[in-house]
Design a protein around this ligand. Sequence first.
Ligand SMILES: C[S@@+](CC[C@H](N)C(=O)[O-])C[C@H]1O[C@@H](n2cnc3c(N)ncnc32)[C@H](O)[C@@H]1O
Length: 596
Amino acid sequence: MAKTSMQKKDVVGDGKHSSAASTDFRSPVGCTGITRGEQEFLAWCKEERVRFPSSHLAALANTGRALVASRAIKMGEVVVEVPDDAVLMADNCSIRDVLDEEGLCKPADDEILEVQGLVIAVMYEKWRGEQSRWAPYLALLPDDMTHMPLYWKRREFLELRGTAAYDKMMGRLQHPADAPTQVPLLWSEVVAPFIAEHPELELPGGQQGYELYRWATCAVASYSFILGDDKYQAMVPVWDLLNHITGAVNVRLHHCARRHVLQMLATRDIRAGEELVNNYGELSNAELLRGYGFVERSNRNNHVQVPLALLMRVVRQELQQEQAAAGAGEAAGPGPGSAASATAPAAEVRRAVAARLRLGRRLGLLPLHDVFKVYAGRPAPAALTALLHLLLAGEEQAEEVRRAARRAAGAAHSGKQRRGGKVDKQAKAAAAIAAVAAALKQEDSSAGGGVSGSAAAVARLQRVYERVVSYMLGRYGNSLEEDERLMGLYDSLPPRQRAALLARKPEKEALVWLREEIKRKGGLQRSLALGGAEAARAVGKSVAGAGGNAAGKAAVGSEDVGGEGRGKKAAGRKASDDAKGGVKPQEAQFSFGFSL
Ligand SMILES: C[S@@+](CC[C@H](N)C(=O)[O-])C[C@H]1O[C@@H](n2cnc3c(N)ncnc32)[C@H](O)[C@@H]1O
C-alpha cells in the first residue's frame, strides 16, 4: 500500500496555484508551504477539471484539512465544482466489471454489498498506487484513521457501551450506509473471499489485506457521499475536504445535470478567511464519533435513540404483569381495554401487541428505521407516546384511533394537501396522535385523577416509559453521576476517553430528562401536542433526513440527467438532489435491530 506523508501544513494553495513548485508558497491568508502530496493533488484537480477558485486548502488545529475562503464569496456562488466522472464509485473504478460480476455494484441484492463494492474499489485504487487514476486524491486521504473507533482498543471501545455508536458497530443496529459496522464479519464473509477468488487483482489477503480493508472502510465512512435518489455511494474529491460544525453550515450540494458537474454553493455570504463548512447531518456525538471519529463539546443534535424492539419487549412485560396481577385477584386488573384479556396467555399478548404494531406502522407512527430520537429539553416524541398507547390499547381504543386516522387521511385525500401519498401518511399519523391525545386528555395522573380510564392509561404509559428509561440507563458501563464527575477531570483524560464521555453523557441526560418529563404534570400531553411536526418526522425524510436536510446539506434545484457512460450516469442520476456530506444519509443510518 503506497504510503503518503500526511504532515499537515498550516495553509496550502488552491488549484490555480498548483504550478507553484516551491514549498514556500504563501496563500492569500498567509501561512506555510505545501507538501508534495498536496501539490500533486492540486495538479490532479486541474487535470480533472475539479475547481474551487475562491478557496484554498488549509490545515486547522483541531479538524485537520479544510477549505477556507480566499476571498469574499457571495451567497449562491459555486465554491466547488467536480465533474461527474471525477468521482470514485464501485461503478466507475478500474475493476468495476469484476465488482459487477460479483454483485457488488448497483443494484446489488443487498445495499450492504453496494457499500462493500465502494470499499473494495477504494482498497483496490489505493493499492494500485501511482497507477490509479485517483492516486493523488487517495494519497491525500489520511493514512492514519486511528481516531475512528474502529481502531480503538477493546477497553476503550467498551467506554461506549450503551451508546448508539457501540450498538451500531457491534452490528446490533445496521444500515448499509453505516459503513463502520460489522467490519470483521464483512471482511471474512465478503471481502476476503472476493480477494481469494480474484488473484489476478493482486490484492493482499491476511492481516495486510484486513488492514487495507479497515482503512478503506474508515475512508468510505468518513469521506464518501451518497448521491441522488438512487443513492450511489461515492468518493467526491474536494467536497470531502469540508469539515462539519453543528449549526455553522454555509454550503449546499447541487448537481448541474446540463454540465454533468457536482457543485457546492454558498448558502450565505462568506468572508475571506472563513472556513467552508458542510453539514454531515443532524448527528449526535455518538453518531459523529462512530462515523467520523470526532465529537463536539456542545452539540445541539445530541439525543438518545430508543429502539422499537425494546418498546415491544417492555409493553409485553407490562401487559403480562397486569394479567398476572388480575389473575391473582389484585386490584389493578389489566387496565381499561387492555391489548389482551385477563386470561390471555403470553402468546396471545404477543399476537395482540404485534397486531397493534402493524396498525401503528400503517398509521405512520414508526420513524425511519424504527428508532425514536429523544432530546433533553424537548417533549417526548409524539409518535412514541402515541405508539406506546396504541400498543397497550384494547380493541376498542385501537379501533377508535384507526377510525380517526382514516377520517383525517380521507380529508387529506380530498383536500389540496396530498403530495404523492406522503401527506396521507402524515395526516394519518397526526390524526392518530390527536386521537391518543383526546383519549388521555380527561386527566393526567399527576393531577390526582384517581381511577378514571384515562388516568389509568396515563399511569400505565408512565410506567412503561420508566421501564424503558431504566433499562437503557442500565446498559451503559457507568452512571450519569460518574460521568458528571469525569467531566471535572475532562482535561486530564486521554482523548478517546473524552470522546466516549461526550458521546454517552448526553444520551444519559436525554434519558433522565425523558423520565422526569413524563412524570411531570402534563408531560404526556406536551408530547402529544406536537402532533403535526412529530407526525411529519414520524414518516421520516421530509423533516430531518438527508433528503430534506433543513440545515442545508441537501442540494436543491437538481436537474435530471441523461447519463452518458456508466460512471457519469451513476454520478449524475439526480445526483445531489439529496447528495450528502460525509458518508451516510443522515436519517437513514439509525437502523436499530436491537434485541434485549
Ligand atoms: C470529510 S473529512 C473532512 C476533511 C478532513 N478534515 C481532512 O483532514 O481530510 C471528515 C473528517 O474530518 C474531521 N472533522 C470534520 N469535522 C470535524 C470537527 N468538527 N471536529 C473534528 N474533526 C472534524 C474528522 O476527522 C472527519 O472524519
